[in-house]
Design a protein around this ligand. Structure first.
Ligand SMILES: [Zn+2]
Ligand SMILES: [Zn+2]
Length: 662
C-alpha cells in the first residue's frame, strides 16, 4: 500500500493511502466529524496526498449540529419503521436540538413519540454506519419516487432556503445509506451530510413535542407534522438541559404575568398587543422612572412623537424600501369625494411607526444646529408597531406593539470615540442597576458586499466601538460582516439567573440616515458638516425588558420594583387595627404597603403573600403590639421578630433606595 502525507490538526503525518479520518482519530471518540482542507466531511471520507485534516469534537458548535442532524435522521428512520407510509420532509439541526417534518397517515400523538423513541434506541444500539453515496438527479428521482417532498427538493437544488440546504445544498447530490449489521443498507435518505460515523455515536437524545408546520414554511403548501427533539454529548448534559427547560417554564413571563396579575393579551385587542394591569403598571413605572432620572443625569433631552405619520417620512428614511414587510399596512386618510362618488381629492397614506428615528431626525432638523449643541442626545419612550408574523410572537418579549426606550445621539466625528465609550459604560451600569450583571459584548462589522458610506468612516467607527468594548474588560465576540448596511454596532448580551443569554442594548452607528435627512451642523470654521448619528435602545423595549426581568427574578422582583413591597398580616383579627396603623405609617413613608384584611386565616395569608412573591410580610401579634413593634417574614422563610416600627420602615426604605434584592 502506498503512503500519503497529510496534515492532521497541524502535525505532518505519513499514513497508508487507505486510511480515513475515522482510522486516524480512532483514539479520540469525541471526534465525530472533520474538516478536510476547510470543508466539513464525514470521518469516512477518502483522503489524498497533501490533505489538511482537522478533527471536530462532538461538543463543539459544529459537532453538536452534526450530532443533532444525525439524530434527526435516526428519528426519520424510526418513524418510517413504525409508520411505514409516512413521507419525509426536511430535518435540520436547530438551537439545542433538531426537528424533522413528516407527512404521516394520521396525526402523531404523545404516545407515538414514546414508540418512535424506542425504535430510535434500537437503531442507535445497532451502530448503523452512515454511508455517503453520490447520485445523479435522474437516479435520485427514480429512487425516491415514493418521497414527493424529497423529489421537490431535488428539483430546487442550489440554494433552497437555509433549512432545506441540509438536504440538497451541497455541490453534489448525495444519498446517505444506513448500513445494518451485515453491511447492507437498511434505510436511505437524500442528504448533503455530513453525519456522525455511525448511529452509536449518539450518546443521549429525547423527543420533545410535535407541531404542525407548512411544507417549506408556506401557507400555500400542505400542512406537515413536525417532531422536535434534542440530542447531547452525554446523558448529564441532556438532563441539565431538561432541567433548564423545566426551570424556564416555571419562570415563563407569560405564566407569571397571569399569576401575578401583571399584564394580559385580550383577544379583543389583537395578538401581540398587551395591556398592563395595575400591578404590572407599578413595575413598569418604576422601571421607566429610574431610567428617566438616569438619562437626565447623563444629559439626554426627552421628546415625544406621534404614533402615526404620512408615508413620505418613511420614504425619506428608507423604511418603506427595506422594512415595509415589518410595518402595518397603510391607512388612506383625508380622501374627498364628489357627489357622484368619484374621488375629488386623493387621500394620503399614513403608517403606524415601526421606529422613532425619523421623528428625532425631524426634531434635529427643525432649526439650524451649531457644533456647540453637540452631542445632542434625544430620548423618547416611543411606542412602535411592527407587524411580526403570528408564529414568532412570544408574550411581551416579542410583541406587535411595544415601547422602546429609544435614544438618538448626534455628534461630531471627533466626539464619536468619547461618546461611544461613555455610552457603553452608561448602558452597562444601568443594566446592572436593574440586577443583570453577567454580560458579553458582540461587535458587528461591515459586510463588504452591502454597505453605505465611506470605508474610512466604517473603519473609524468600528475601531471606536472596539475600543469602547475592550475598555469594559468583558468578553468580546466578533460578528464579522454581521453589521446592517448602514453602520457597525455593539450589542450587549446579558445572561439571566439561569444562564440564558438575552440580547439587551444595542449601540448602532448610522451613516445613512444623516445623509437621507440631510442633517447638518455649522462647524467651528463656519462650514456645514454632517453629524454622526448613534441609535441606542437600552432595554430594547420596555415590555421585552419587563419580560426578561420577570423571568430573571422568577417574579420575585427586588423591593424597588415589586408592585407590593410590604403586606401586613395580623396573627389574629384582634391585631388588625394595630397593624393597619403600622401599614398606614409605611404608606406615608412612601412604601407600597397593604394590609391583608381578608377573612383568611393567618397561614393562608402567608401562603398568598408567598404566591404573590411580596418581599416583606409584616406580621403583628400580641408581643409585637405590646412592644410597639412588628415581625418580618422574608421570601426565603426567615423571620425577624420585635422590630420597632421606625426600624422596620427604615429597613424597607433602605433596600428600596439601594435597589438591592432581599
Ligand atoms: Zn442528513
Ligand atoms: Zn433609531
Amino acid at each position: 500500500m502506498s503512503q500519503i502525507s497529510i496534515t492532521v490538526d497541524g502535525a505532518k503525518l505519513q499514513v497508508e493511502a487507505d486510511q480515513r479520518p475515522t482510522h486516524i482519530f480512532a483514539e479520540n471518540k469525541e471526534i465525530v466529524v472533520c474538516k478536510v482542507n476547510g470543508v466539513l466531511k464525514d470521518l469516512w471520507t477518502d483522503l489524498v496526498d497533501g490533505d489538511v485534516v482537522e478533527g471536530i469534537l462532538i461538543s463543539s458548535p459544529t459537532g453538536l449540529e452534526v450530532l443533532r442532524h444525525s439524530t434527526a435522521h435516526v428519528m426519520a428512520q424510526a418513524v418510517q419503521e413504525v409508520y411505514a407510509n409516512t413521507r419525509l420532509g426536511i430535518g435540520p439541526p436547530i438551537k439545542d436540538g433538531f426537528y424533522y417534518d413528516f407527512d404521516p397517515e394520521s396525526t402523531f400523538n404523545p404516545d407515538d413519540l414514546t414508540k418512535i423513541e424506542s425504535a430510535m434506541r434500537k437503531i442507535i444500539k445497532e451502530g448503523q454506519r452512515f454511508k455517503r453515496r453520490v447520485t445523479t438527479e435522474a437516479e435520485a428521482l427514480k429512487e425516491l419516487a415514493h418521497e414527493p417532498y424529497k423529489c421537490e427538493l431535488i428539483g430546487i437544488k442550489g440554494p433552497a432556503g437555509e433549512e432545506a440546504s441540509v438536504e440538497v445544498g451541497g455541490a453534489e447530490l448525495t444519498i446517505y445509506d444506513n448500513l445494518g449489521r451485515d453491511g447492507n443498507p437498511v434505510w436511505s435518505d437524500l442528504c448533503r451530510g455530513p453525519h456522525l460515523p455511525s448511529t452509536k455515536h449518539i450518546p443521549a437524545f429525547k423527543l420533545m413535542r410535535t407541531a404542525a408546520a407548512y411544507w417549506r414554511g408556506s401557507e400555500k403548501n400542505p400542512m406537515l407534522q413536525r417532531i422536535y427533539g434534542t440530542a447531547w454529548p452525554s446523558q448529564d448534559e441532556l438532563n441539565a438541559y431538561l432541567e433548564l427547560l423545566a426551570e424556564a417554564e416555571k419562570r415563563d413571563h407569560r405564566r407569571l404575568g397571569t399569576e401575578l396579575d401583571l399584564f394580559s393579551f385580550p383577544e379583543e385587542i389583537g395578538s401581540g398587543l398587551a395591556v398592563f394591569h395595575p400591578k404590572g403598571g407599578i413595575v413598569r413605572r418604576a422601571m421607566e422612572d429610574y431610567s428617566r432620572i438616569r438619562h437626565e443625569e447623563e444629559g439626554y433631552e426627552f421628546v415625544y412623537s406621534p404614533h402615526l405619520t404620512k408615508a413620505a417620512l418613511f420614504e425619506t428614511s428608507g423604511h418603506l424600501q427595506w422594512y415595509a414587510d415589518g410595518m402595518y399596512p397603510p391607512m388612506i386618510l383625508d380622501e374627498e369625494y364628489n357627489e357622484d362618488g368619484t374621488v375629488k381629492r386623493a387621500g394620503q397614506q399614513y403608517y403606524m411607526k415601526p421606529m422613532n428615528c425619523p421623528f428625532h431626525n425631524l426634531i434635529y432638523r427643525s432649526r439650524g444646529r451649531s457644533y456647540r449643541e453637540l452631542p445632542f442626545r434625544l430620548f423618547e419612550f416611543g411606542t412602535v408597531y411592527r407587524y411580526e408574523k403570528s408564529g414568532v410572537l412570544h408574550g411581551i418579549t416579542r410583541a406587535r406593539g411595544f415601547t422602546q426606550d429609544d435614544a438618538h445621539i448626534y455628534c461630531t466625528k471627533e466626539q464619536m470615540v468619547g461618546e461611544l465609550d461613555s455610552l457603553l459604560t452608561f448602558v452597562l451600569n444601568l443594566l446592572r442597576d436593574y440586577g443583570l450583571n453577567d454580560f458579553y459584548l458582540e461587535l458587528s462589522t461591515k459586510n463588504p458586499e452591502k454597505f453605505v458610506g465611506e470605508d474610512s468612516d466604517w473603519a473609524e467607527a468600528t475601531e471606536a466601538l472596539r475600543k469602547a468594548a475592550t475598555a469594559q474588560n468583558l468578553e468580546l465576540v466578533l460578528d464579522e460582516g454581521g453589521a446592517a448596511f448602514y453602520g457597525p454596532k455593539i450589542s450587549v448580551q446579558a445572561k439571566d439567573a439561569i444562564g440564558r443569554t438575552w440580547q439587551m442594548s444595542t449601540i448602532q452607528v448610522d451613516f445613512q440616515l444623516p445623509q437621507r435627512f440631510e442633517l447638518e451642523y455649522s462647524a467651528t470654521d463656519g462650514t456645514r458638516q454632517r453629524p454622526v448619528m448613534i441609535h441606542r435602545a437600552l432595554f430594547g423595549s420596555i415590555e421585552r425588558f419587563f419580560g426578561v426581568l420577570t423571568e430573571h427574578y422568577s417574579g420575585a422582583f427586588p423591593p424597588w420594583l415589586a408592585p407590593v413591597q410590604a403586606i401586613g398580616i395580623p396573627v389574629a383579627d384582634t391585631f388588625a387595627d394595630y397593624l393597619g396603623d403600622v401599614i398606614q405609617q409605611m404608606r406615608k413613608a412612601g412604601i407600597r404597603a397593604e394590609l391583608d384584611s381578608s377573612d383568611d386565616r393567618m397561614q393562608k395569608k402567608v401562603r398568598n403573600a408567598q404566591m404573590q412573591k411580596i418581599p416583606f410580610m409584616v406580621i403583628a401579634g400580641e408581643e409585637d403590639q405590646k412592644a410597639g413593634a412588628v415581625s418580618f417574614r422574608y421570601r426565603n422563610g426567615e423571620q425577624k421578630n420585635g422590630i420597632p416600627i421606625k426600624d422596620a420602615i427604615a429597613e424597607i426604605k433602605k433596600v428600596v433606595q439601594e435597589r438591592t434584592q432581599v
